[in-house]
Design a protein around this ligand. Sequence first.
Ligand code: PHB
Length: 357
Amino acid sequence: MTSVNSLFTPIRLGDLDLANRIIMAPLTRCRAPGHMPNELMQEYYRQRAGAGLIITECTMVMEDTSAFAYEPGIYNQEQIAAWKKITDAVHEAGGKIFMQIWHAGRAAHPKLNGGKKSVSAAAIAIEGGATTPLGHLDYTTPEALSEQGIAEVVAGFRQGAENAKEAGFDGVEIHAANGYLIDQFLRDGSNPRDDLYGGSWHNRVRFLSEIIDAVAEVWTHHRVGVRLSPLNSYNGMQDSNPEALVRYLCAHLNPMDLAYLHIMRSDFLGRQGGDVITIASELYKGNLMVNMGYSPEEAAETIAANRADMVAFGVPFIANPDYPERIRTGAGFNNPDPDTFYTPGAKGYTDYPALSD
Ligand code: PHB
């Protein structure tokens, strides 16, 4: 049997010590009606404090940008106070927690946002629609952000980062993946702009860079992570040269001394292949977190071989609140129930048993 020991060596992100390298990936769970964090979420995150680091579900930095109806926000005082209870509970249980700060861009639905139009790099809609707790909603054509609009979103991320700090988080992860707003600028399939924010890699990365700078003014760079999904075609995404984009991003992010770079290795829809992890592990000098479909054994081998520093696990953390402990002891795992991933209430959320139950 492969040793899983490498997963249990501590790691330091800047000045933050993590007890292990088993990270809870950001997971949309749609348990926040009114975009308000609540006691049920507090229990869910507290149960999972054994992760080296919890990264929260994607959380709206600006009002009226909802893509899933019941995702949480971090744009008002009530939300800050409610998140504070969650970070306190995780810290009391010995855990560490980053908030994933997010703007859905063209994946937001006007029907969920008081009729407000969605925004993107360009006026190009995602084909089709999405199933939300309010039923099927077609995607709409977004408004292309003006430079003024871009500055407002950058300010929105900055405010979200400030609010996350007030709410007691240990840091923030900027969601630049999976076809949401920042990713819509990064990849050329959704960004045909010919101004400062489109065209060259440098220009496509400018929006992300401005957000990192704004957020790092609040947090310092070593409390800021960035998540990318260069191969994911989910949300109508494509790029003419994902590998080159990753090379450019690694070189661009290297001097920033971020907490980590978090890369998803494949495509939710299985359409686009490639190996971006080898590129990132060769070129990225800081802490590299990898994600998507790793078994504990493959994760341990990846870390032991210095191909990554941490591995984020998603679905296993849904079904196993004490996932690291189960890996460490070789105990079995609970099976996830996809039917309750996004449904309201405790079922399939806080009722998966821990070994100690
Ligand atoms: C989803 O719930 O479909 C979802 C949310 C955030 C992501 C990816 C997928 O980053």
